[in-house]
Design a protein around this ligand. Structure first.
Ligand SMILES: C[S@@+](CC[C@H](N)C(=O)[O-])C[C@H]1O[C@@H](n2cnc3c(N)ncnc32)[C@H](O)[C@@H]1O
Length: 404
């Protein structure tokens, strides 16, 4: 990758015109984020070629919010519509072609930074179907260099039969994350994401790939894990893909000191109370979005006690399931008390894995909700439990209740 700040960078609009006018290679143009002090009518605009009634048209999608307004223009109308878009003060521009990508960023001082990169999309020619097959954020009908690199797609662009579940999991994670971004007003902004307990980081890479390469979002993604070998592998994969917006660090979640408070904290199947460490970090960083898919849980099982439930608790498997449900219910309730609109949703179909929950929390200004506090106290008193997350966030919770 090479960044230019002078010379040809000044002609960036000419470079965009040239890239989009080549029918054989142009795939997509994404413009987003307004230049400081100037207003733009949409938070993002996306342009791609499509075929309508046998003729090449250009589809413009203008986003005022998560919903876009779609307009299709003929080849004759296209130059005028493109000029109208180029005259808008967008700050981030991403042009994707079959031969390479162009990233343009206008700084606060009005300097134009232009970076050329290898193609982030791998289709050999523009995909002109008007309506894409709906369903997956990373489409299954388009060869994808990242999915091929991690072995989910074969060289012809087919999802391998043994990788169907992983493909679905990646897409489901992206769908949940995108919904949360749209709801919390972060769409169109530069984002920082920290993935706690990233492991081999397929989901971390996939999230970056979707946001940056497919949606054109300017995003920095940081993966942390306690295992040094995994971090080395992640950095190697990052180098081999030539991606620069991802970084990986070896650290325990509770010890990780973020340089910049992340917009999104992820914790996807981090073991046992590592999920609590990630949620606690997200709360302390005041991150607008926390998404946690819990993994194995051990801490509450030995604690739970409630005599009417003796017929349930005497069976090991039922006791474990009860402890799992209570652990996640307490996590969600603590998040509500601390001002997060929180729900617990299905992450992946339970036929693929029993670890299929996601705690989805989005920050609001409504802290210390009285009924949330009363419900939490009643629940923990009844079961005689003190969850890890309560201990980790005792300072934050102290204003709202005191435990004996
Ligand atoms: C089951 S893997 C999940 C990996 C990945 N997030 C995914 O969904 O595929 C759990 C990861 O969490 C890491 N982990 C567990 N506890 C941790 C802690 N306290 N701090 C940092 N990493 C931790 C483990 O090393 C492991 O790589």
């Amino acid at each position: 990758m090479a960044t230019e700040t002078a010379g040809r960078a000044k002609d960036y609009k000419a470079m965009i015109r040239e890239a989009v006018s080549c029918g054989e290679t142009f795939l997509r143009l994404t413009m987003s984020g307004g230049i400081r002090g100037e207003s733009i009518p949409w938070i993002k605009a996306v342009v791609r070629p499509v075929e309508l009634r046998g003729e090449r048209h250009y589809q413009f999608i203008y986003y005022e919010s998560k919903k876009g307004i779609t307009k299709n223009y003929s080849g004759a109308e296209f130059p005028q519509r493109l000029e109208a878009l180029l005259s808008m003060p967008f700050r981030l521009i991403h042009v994707q072609t079959t031969s390479g990508d162009l990233h343009i960023r206008i700084t606060k001082k009005g300097k134009v930074l232009l970076t050329k990169a290898r193609p982030s999309r791998t289709e050999p020619r523009p995909h002109l179907a008007h309506n894409r097959v709906k369903g997956y954020p990373i489409p299954r009908d388009t060869p994808d260099r990242f999915l091929q690199g991690i072995g989910i797609m074969d060289s012809s662009g087919e999802v391998k039969p043994t990788m169907q579940n992983k493909f679905r999991q990646i897409n489901e994670f992206i769908r949940l994350m995108s919904q949360a971004i749209a709801r919390s007003g972060l769409a169109g902004r530069e984002l920082t994401i920290v993935d706690c307990g990233c492991g081999n980081a397929y989901l971390t890479f996939a999230g970056y790939h979707y946001l940056h390469h497919i949606q054109g979002v300017s995003v920095r993604v940081i993966g942390i894990d306690r295992e040094v070998e995994l971090i080395e592998q992640c950095n190697e994969l990052c180098d081999s893909l030539g991606w620069s917006g991802l970084e990986f660090f070896q650290a325990r979640i509770a010890d990780y000191a973020a340089e910049v408070a992340p917009d999104i904290v992820l914790s996807l199947h981090a073991c046992d109370t590592a999920t609590d460490e990630a949620i606690a970090q997200g709360v302390v960083w005041q991150s607008p979005i926390i998404l946690a898919a819990p993994c194995c849980q051990h801490e509450l099982r030995p604690q739970i006690e409630a005599s009417p439930f003796e017929p349930v608790l005497k069976h090991g498997i039922l006791k474990q399931r009860t402890a799992d449900i209570l652990t996640d219910a307490c996590r969600a309730q603590i998040l509500r008390i601390l001002g997060y609109r929180t729900d617990v949703v299905q992450f992946i179909d339970s036929k693929h894995t029993p670890k299929n929950l996601m705690i989805r929390a989005e920050k609001t200004s409504n802290l210390g909700n009285r009924s949330a506090i009363a419900q939490y106290k009643a629940l923990t008193d009844f079961w005689k439990i003190e969850p890890s997350l309560e201990r980790l966030l005792q300072d934050e919770l102290a204003p709202y209740f005191e435990r004996d």
